[in-house]
Ligand binder design. Structure first.
Ligand code: BES
Ligand code: ZN
Ligand code: ZN
Length: 495
């Protein structure tokens, strides 16, 4: 889809849909008033009758809008202007795009609102629109005969004062972010019989080749040579061999620090011998969302040519049940020599990340962010829409939290006091892989901390927000692509 910028008056914009926004003050001054007059005052009448309120993400379609060049009109509410934030604007924009994308080959013209008083800049409005236009037309139903959503054919952003270079940059930035989010969503949404360690590795190679990035794939033999005993134990019950992939982007000189983005890539988590019940297993194709996010983020960072050095590490295994599955009571030796007593084979993500984090450190990571659908406990603590953050370095964590706030994503830090680590003690090994009944998201993070060698590290538990259980007007169910934007923003902030 192409997105153009034009100064065409709203009523002259030719498209299948003209999309205009209105805040709850319903002020018909300026270009919206001109549109209303062209339409014979219908907007004013709808406002007076209470059909048009301007509430956040309220959609009022006029499928037969005569008198304007566009075939149809969609009015979208923004809520109170002084309460407008990036996530609130995105909710309205996504609801609008999703509602017009139910047919194929749709063209839209979007009136870019001039908002003041809220907490969102003009560039952020444009970028958010570009993301929504790119993401909102892609559903999770690519294998259905009749799709619910179709990518838009074209979009024109209607602005007052012509396309400045800042406007153009915000559009390009938004499209790149939207496409990266869609890459992550696509990988996560594909059914688990198509997605396994080898197929994810192939996809990573393809993405890297398209962007001219180096991509290295470690097979089982190499992983054995690298002594990744913890990761290999999780993989041993599956017919699908494990892979560790790293994709490298060098946008800055060799003296510039490297950011490692490490993703959990359990392509299916049955729980292993600590088997999950069906309800819990149903969405476990999404247990590789961390690695899909790492891949999406590095793709965007490379396309944006950010002046930073980033390596994305994908730890890819399938956690399955068979005669060769790892067992409760097994004692594993991780790459860094730490011995781990397995007390639950469903706490497998941390075993995979243990070795990949240590590998990233040894390969020269200066700062680390890992992403993992790690614990149900994090979803209990923060709900389905908020990512949990855990860190060993408050300055680094603050930088990640600030980036999330700028990107308009919800991240909340949980504590990592030393005493939580005591819950991981084992009588027979250096540690065990579960912490006990309470504070499960934190004990999981304390487990990971043993493998980062005191490098500045932030662990993001995306078990809740990476996969949505149902469709909503403003977002498709299934994979969300959360944290791609935050990671790109972190990389931007490293410049
Ligand atoms: N992949 C799951 C965590 C998860 C739960 C992700 C719900 C997305 C939604 C992880 O491997 C897991 O099973 N964790 C266990 C840990 C427990 C055994 C200590 C959990 O959360 O129950
Ligand atoms: Zn598990
Ligand atoms: Zn898992």
């Amino acid at each position: 889809m192409t997105i153009n910028v034009a100064t065409t008056p709203y009523h002259e914009a030719e498209a299948d849909w003209l999309i205009v926004t209105i805040d709850s003050s319903r002020n018909f001054d300026g270009p919206l008033g001109e549109l209303d007059r062209t339409l014979g005052g219908v907007l004013t009448r709808l406002s007076e009758s209470g059909d048009l309120t301007g509430k956040l993400a309220e959609l009022l379609p006029l499928p037969d809008a005569s008198g304007i060049a566009a075939q149809r009109l969609l009015v979208v509410g923004l809520g109170k202007a002084d309460e407008l934030t990036r996530p609130r604007f995105e909710k309205a924009a996504m609801a609008a795009v999703r509602s017009v994308s139910s047919k194929a080959d749709v063209s839209v013209a979007v009136a870019v609102p001039q908002v003041s008083g809220g907490d969102i800049s003009a560039e952020q409005i444009i970028e958010t629109l570009a993301i929504s236009l790119t993401v909102g037309g892609v559903g999770q139903d690519s294998l259905k005969a009749e799709r619910g959503h179709h990518p838009l054919a074209s979009a024109t952003l209607l602005v007052d004062d012509g396309a400045t270079s800042a406007t153009e940059a915000a559009v390009t930035h938004g499209v790149i972010l939207g496409e990266a989010i869609n890459l992550t969503r696509d990988l996560v949404n594909l059914p688990p019989q198509q997605i396994h360690p080898e197929s994810v590795a192939e996809r990573a190679q393809q993405v890297a080749a398209d962007l001219g990035l180096s991509c290295t794939v470690l097979n089982r033999k190499k992983l054995e040579a690298e002594k990744m005993g913890s990761l290999l134990a999780v993989a041993q019950g599956s017919d699908r061999p494990p892979r560790v992939v790293f994709v490298e982007y060098r946008g800055a000189g060799d003296d510039t620090p490297t950011l490692a983005i490490v993703g959990k890539g359990v392509t299916f988590d049955s729980g292993g011998l600590s088997l999950k019940p069906s309800d819990g297993m149903l969405t476990m194709k999404s247990d590789m969302a961390g690695s899909a996010t790492a891949l999406g983020a590095i793709a965007a960072i490379a396309r944006l040519k950010l002046p930073v050095n980033v390596t994305a590490y994908l730890g890819l295994v399938e956690n399955m049940v068979s005669g060769s599955s790892y067992k409760l009571g097994d004692i594993l030796t991780a790459r860094n020599g730490v011995t781990i007593e397995v007390q639950n084979t469903d706490a497998e993500g941390r075993l995979v990340l243990a070795d990949v984090l240590h590998y990233a450190v040894e390969r020269g990571a200066d700062r680390i962010i890992d992403l993992a659908t790690l614990t149900g406990a994090c979803v209990v603590a923060l709900g389905e829409d908020v990512t949990g953050a855990f860190s060993n370095d408050q300055d680094w964590c603050n930088q990640v939290l600030a980036a999330a706030s700028t990107a308009g994503e919800y991240v909340w830090q949980l504590p990592t006091f030393d005493f939580y680590a005591e819950l991981l003690k084992s009588d027979v090994a250096d540690c065990r892989n579960i912490g006990g009944r309470w504070g499960g998201a934190i004990t999981a993070a304390k487990f990971l901390e043993k493998f980062v060698d005191k490098k500045p590290w932030v662990h993001l538990d995306i078990a809740g927000p990476s996969f949505a259980s149902s469709n909503k007007p403003h977002r498709e169910g299934g994979a969300t692509g959360c944290m791609v934007r935050t990671l790109v923003e972190v990389a931007s902030s490293l410049k």
